[in-house]
Ligand binder design. Structure first.
Ligand code: HBI
Ligand code: FE
Length: 299
């Protein structure tokens, strides 16, 4: 049965033996801007102001610069049409409204065509600090600014094309590619002259992890290595045990140039790595203490 449980978010949930799971809908929806309530705009304004404050000195220069260049309004939910006017002429990307998580192939096809799916609804006040699926704040505040950067914009399109190909190869290839997305687009760090900085959307949209990823002694911080990342399991329900550090967005783009098929081949014969393990071949910025880590739950 599809039932929408207590969760105030609009995404349909299916009742399964694992409880309520989000039902993937591929529908593209117009942003219902006039139906946002004052409370919705208040949630945006609160999260925006809080993250702006936390990200000074923590987010990458490129992220902060592009966030300003986007002209996002801090006091109310931005209009996709307004952001698209800027985005289209800068890198040819455009935002489309969706109900929430899309089936992977649908998601990849959008990225391959420079369309970024943005959830149209925003979390409720009682969900300020955590919610299980991406909402408008995560997508808009977290993902959109770097789409203004031409090199990162190319990377995201290349990722989408890679995803469509991986989908054709099979589920293991998809898992490898999803790990790459997870440890770069969602939870990536970048090295700047003045230290490590955040560019991953999952981090920049979370107050706690914005601080934890740079300042806690618990996690590993390791130099970017595409194949190593594709082999590494990750966490969905806690802070990451390991953050990977790129030297530049160009490094990301370069890493997607080769055909991944031989890499998938190689990886299909190897075991994956636990999220918290450090490998001998790693460039280690720091080896975490592992404090507070849970032993189960790596995916
Ligand atoms: N759907 N709307 C949306 N947004 C995402 O970030 C997203 C998705 N579906 C799948 C997905 N991300 C990840 O599995 C990617 O690694 C493909
Ligand atoms: Fe995301």
């Amino acid at each position: 049965t599809t039932a929408t449980p207590a969760s105030p978010n609009r995404i349909e949930h299916q009742l399964t033996d694992k409880g309520y799971v989000p039902v993937y809908t591929t529908a593209v929806v117009e942003q219902p801007w006039s139906s946002y309530t004052p409370s919705d705009h208040e949630v945006w304004a609160t999260l925006f102001a809080r993250q702006q404050q936390v990200l000074v000195g923590r987010a990458s220069d490129e992220f902060l610069r592009n966030q300003r260049a986007m002209g996002m309004t801090p006091d109310r939910i931005p209009k996709f049409d307004d952001l698209n006017a800027v985005l289209r002429k800068t890198t040819g990307w455009e935002l489309i409204g969706v109900e929430g998580l899309l089936p992977e192939l649908t998601f990849f096809e959008h990225l391959a065509n420079r369309r970024f799916p943005v959830t149209w609804w925003i979390r409720k006040p009682e969900q300020l600090d955590y919610l299980s699926e991406p909402d408008l704040f995560h997508d808009l505040f977290g993902h959109v600014p770097l789409l203004m950067n031409p090199v990162f914009a190319d990377y995201m399109e290349a990722y989408g094309r890679g995803g469509v190909k991986a989908h054709g190869i099979g589920p293991e290839a998809l898992v490898n590619l999803t790990r790459l997305y997870w440890y770069t687009v969602e939870f990536g760090l970048i090295k700047q002259d003045d230290g490590l900085r955040i560019y991953g959307s999952g981090i920049v949209s979370s107050k706690g992890e914005s601080i934890h990823c740079l300042e806690s002694a618990a996690p590993n911080r390791i130099g970017f290595d595409l194949e190593r990342i594709m082999r590494t399991r990750y966490r969905i329900d806690t802070y990451q045990k390991t953050y990977f550090v790129i030297d530049s967005y160009e490094q990301l783009m370069e890493a997607t140039r080769p055909d991944f098929t031989p890499i998938y081949e190689r990886l299909s014969k190897e075991d994956s790595y636990a999220a918290g393990d450090v490998q001998d071949s790693d460039v280690v910025f720091n080896k975490g203490t592992g404090e507070g880590w849970l032993n189960d739950g790596d995916v």
